[in-house]
Design a protein around this ligand. Structure first.
Ligand SMILES: [Zn+2]
Length: 625
C-alpha cells in the first residue's frame, strides 16, 4: 500500500479575494431586469406574481392536394390578451414565407421550392374584414403585421378568421416538406400568432432558416382532408379513427394502444393493395390537442406504419413510426422511441413524458415538433442519436416553451446532454460524455466560441451550432459535476415543474438551480455563460523542499472553472488520483497548493484527464528527476 501522497494545503491558498460581497450580480439586459421589478419574473427562479401569457384556441380546417402540394386552410382563432397592455397590433408568423421569392434566407433554396408567398385570401378580425393591401398591413419577411383599428384591451379576446394557401416545398430540406414524392411532413404551416410576452412585448423576429422558433400555447381542433389511402397523424389525438381507417387497420392500431409489442399496423404488403382507409374520395381526419405550443402533421399514401405503446404511471403513451418501405433502420424506430420515452421518464429527465402520443416520421436530418419528430434514416447508432435527441425536445422547447430564437442552448443543450445516458444504454461501447468534452475542447477559445448568454440569433453558421449544442452540453455537464447528480436532476425537474406551459429565460434557469442547490453559483454561471474564455489549469511551480517532500502549485490560467484532478505516477508504475470539484475556484481563487510526500518514489504528476477540458495540456505534466 502506498501512502496517500496528496494532501491539499488549503491554508497556503491565500489568494482568496473575499468574496460574496465583492461578487457582482449576473449581468442582465435592462428589459429583463425590468421584468423582475414589475414582478413578472422573480429572483427565486419562479414565475413572478404578475407573470402573464396570451393564449389562443385554433379551429383549423385544411387540406393538402398531393399533385400540386398546395395546402389550403381556414383558421378561426380566439386570442386572449392576458397581458396588462393594450394591443395595437396583431402579428402572425407566416413561416412558409421563408420560401417566398426575395425573402431573407440563411442559405439558398432551389428555385423549385420558391413561391410567391403565403396567399391570405381573407382575414377578419372581430368580424371586420381586413384589406390586405391597406397601409395597416405590413409583410416583413415571415412576419405579417396588422395594425388594428380596434385595439385588443387587457383581459379581452379577439376573434380572428384567416384563410390561406401556399405550396409545400417539393423537397424536405428545412425541417419539413415532401419525401418520396407523396409523403409530406407539414410543420409551421398555419398563420401562428406571434408571442407577446413580458420581456419584449411582440416578438417580431422573422424566420430565415437557422434559428428556430418561439411559440405561445394554444388549444387545437384541427381537421385535415386528404384523398383516400393517405393516412394522417399529428401533434394531436386522432378523434375519428373509425371514420377514416379501414376496419382491419383500425383493429391493428387499436390493439397496439394496449400492447408493449410493436404492431405493424400497415405493412409493405398492405401498401401493395388498397383498403388502408375507408373508401371515399376524400376523408377528413380530426385531431384535438390542448395546451401545445405548436401543431404539425404528416401524411402519406406509401409509408408503412408501426405502432406500440408504453405505460407511464397510469397512462399509456401511444408511439407511432411512419416510414418508407425501403429503409435502413426506421423499422426499429418505434421500439427505440419506446425505450427513449421510458428512460426520459424514469431517469434521463426523471419526469413523465407529458403528451398522449409520439409519432416519428421518416424524413431528413432531425427536427422536433410537439409529440412528433421528423428524422432521417441512417445506421443504428445515428438513428438512436437522432431519435433520443429529438424526443428529448418534448421537454424543451415544448412542454417548457423556451425561446429558441434567443436561447437555443436552453433546448438544444438539454436535448444534447440529457439523452447521453440513453445513448450509452442503447449503443454498445458508447461514451457519450467523452464526445461532449471532445467537441467542446476542439473549438474552445476560438473565434466561434461565444458566451452562451449571447442571443442565438446573434450567431451564425458553425458558431450557432457550437453555441447551441456543443458548448451548452459541456456547460451542463460541468454544472452537473459541480453540484452533483442529486441537485442537478432536482433542479432540472423543479425548473420543468415551475415553467411548464410558460416561457422561462436563462436567468429563470440559473435562479431555479440556485434555489434548489441552495448555493450561490455565480462563480460558475459568470465565466461559463457570460464570459469569453476557456478552462486552462497548469502545474505552475514544484517546490522540492527536501528529498521526501514537495509543494505543488496548480494555477488557474483560464477563466472557466474546471475540477482539479491530480494523478501521481510512481516509479514502480502504480498510479493514484484525487479529484477536487470545480467549486474550489469560487471566490475568485487563482491558485491551489498541495503537498506531495515520498517524492523519491514518484516519477510524474499529471494534472487533469481526457474528461476535463484544458486549453494547454503541455503544462499539465511534471516529471521528477
Ligand atoms: Zn435539437
Amino acid at each position: 500500500m502506498k501512502k496517500i501522497a496528496l494532501i491539499s494545503i488549503l491554508l497556503l491558498s491565500f489568494i482568496v479575494k473575499n468574496s460574496y460581497s465583492q461578487h457582482k450580480k449576473l449581468y442582465m439586459p435592462e428589459h429583463i431586469s425590468e421584468c423582475y421589478q414589475n414582478g413578472t419574473r422573480d429572483y427565486s427562479g419562479k414565475p413572478g406574481k404578475n407573470y402573464f401569457q396570451n393564449y389562443s384556441v385554433y379551429n383549423i380546417a385544411a387540406s393538402l392536394d398531393p399533385p400540386t402540394r398546395v395546402i389550403t386552410g381556414n383558421a378561426k382563432i380566439n386570442y386572449q390578451n392576458n397581458s396588462p397592455d393594450t394591443l395595437n397590433h396583431i402579428i402572425f408568423n407566416l413561416y412558409a414565407n421563408i420560401y417566398k421569392k426575395g425573402n431573407i434566407r440563411d442559405w439558398s433554396i432551389g428555385d423549385a421550392d420558391l413561391h410567391d408567398g403565403v396567399n391570405i385570401s381573407a382575414l377578419k378580425i372581430n368580424g371586420k374584414a381586413i384589406d390586405m393591401t391597406s397601409k395597416n398591413v405590413t409583410n416583413r419577411n415571415t412576419a405579417l403585421i396588422i395594425e388594428l383599428d380596434d385595439k385588443i384591451m387587457p383581459t379581452k379576446t379577439a376573434d380572428i378568421e384567416i384563410t390561406w394557401s401556399y405550396p409545400l416545398p417539393a423537397k424536405g430540406n428545412i425541417r419539413l416538406g415532401t419525401y418520396y414524392e407523396t409523403s409530406f411532413f407539414v410543420g409551421h404551416w398555419y398563420p401562428k400568432i406571434a408571442v407577446y410576452d413580458d420581456l419584449v412585448g411582440w416578438n417580431v423576429d422573422t424566420y430565415s432558416g437557422q434559428t428556430e422558433f418561439y411559440h405561445d400555447y394554444a388549444d387545437y381542433n384541427v381537421e385535415i382532408t386528404m384523398p383516400k389511402e393517405y393516412i394522417v397523424l399529428s401533434s394531436g389525438t386522432l378523434t375519428n379513427e373509425k371514420d377514416v381507417l379501414s376496419k382491419d387497420i383500425l383493429k391493428k392500431w387499436t390493439a397496439s394502444k394496449e400492447s408493449d409489442i410493436v404492431t405493424n399496423v400497415i405493412t409493405a404488403e398492405d401498401r401493395k393493395k388498397t383498403g388502408i382507409t375507408k373508401d371515399a374520395d376524400k376523408l377528413t381526419w380530426k385531431f384535438k390537442a390542448t395546451n401545445l405550443p405548436d401543431f404539425a402533421f404528416a401524411t402519406s399514401n406509401t409509408y408503412i406504419w408501426d405502432a406500440t405503446s408504453l405505460l407511464i404511471d397510469d397512462k399509456r403513451i401511444l408511439i407511432n413510426a411512419l416510414y418508407y418501405p425501403e429503409n435502413q433502420t426506421f423499422n426499429q424506430v418505434a421500439e427505440i422511441s419506446q425505450k427513449v420515452i421510458k428512460m426520459l421518464s424514469e431517469t434521463a429527465v426523471g419526469m413523465d413524458y407529458p403528451y398522449p402520443q409520439m409519432t416519428a416520421f421518416h424524413g431528413h436530418y432531425g427536427m422536433e415538433y410537439p409529440a412528433m419528430v421528423n428524422d432521417g434514416d441512417g445506421d443504428y447508432n445515428s438513428t438512436v442519436f437522432v431519435t433520443a435527441h429529438e424526443i428529448t425536445h418534448t421537454y424543451f422547447p415544448f412542454y417548457v416553451a423556451t425561446n429558441e430564437v434567443k436561447n437555443a442552448w436552453l433546448d438544444e443543450g438539454f436535448a444534447t446532454f440529457l439523452p447521453k445516458i440513453i445513448e450509452d444504454a442503447l449503443i454498445e461501447n458508447n461514451n457519450s460524455l467523452q464526445g461532449i468534452v471532445d467537441i467542446y475542447q476542439k473549438y474552445m477559445g476560438t473565434e466561434i466560441d461565444i458566451p452562451l448568454i449571447i442571443n442565438s440569433d446573434n450567431t451564425s453558421g458553425f458558431a450557432y451550432r457550437y453555441h447551441a449544442y456543443g458548448k451548452s452540453a459541456m456547460a451542463l455537464l460541468g454544472l452537473k459535476q459541480a453540484i452533483g447528480d442529486v441537485k442537478f436532476y432536482k433542479s432540472l425537474q423543479e425548473f420543468i415543474m415551475r415553467w411548464n406551459g410558460k416561457h422561462p429565460t436563462a436567468y429563470d434557469f440559473f435562479y431555479t438551480v440556485e434555489s434548489i442547490a441552495k448555493e450561490d453559483l455565480r462563480w460558475y454561471w459568470k465565466p461559463w455563460f457570460f464570459e469569453l474564455g476557456y478552462p486552462d489549469l497548469c502545474i505552475n511551480t514544484v517546490d522540492i523542499i527536501d528529498k521526501n517532500y514537495a509543494i505543488i502549485e496548480v494555477k488557474k490560467v483560464g477563466n472557466y472553472p474546471v475540477p482539479i484532478k491530480i494523478t501521481t505516477v510512481y516509479k514502480d508504475g502504480y498510479q493514484e488520483s484525487i479529484e477536487i470539484k470545480a467549486s474550489i475556484w469560487r471566490n475568485e481563487r487563482e491558485k491551489y497548493f498541495f503537498e506531495l510526500d515520498n517524492i523519491q518514489d514518484i516519477k510524474q504528476i499529471i494534472l487533469g484527464d481526457d474528461m476535463i477540458p484544458d486549453k494547454n495540456k503541455e503544462d499539465n505534466i511534471y516529471t521528477f528527476n
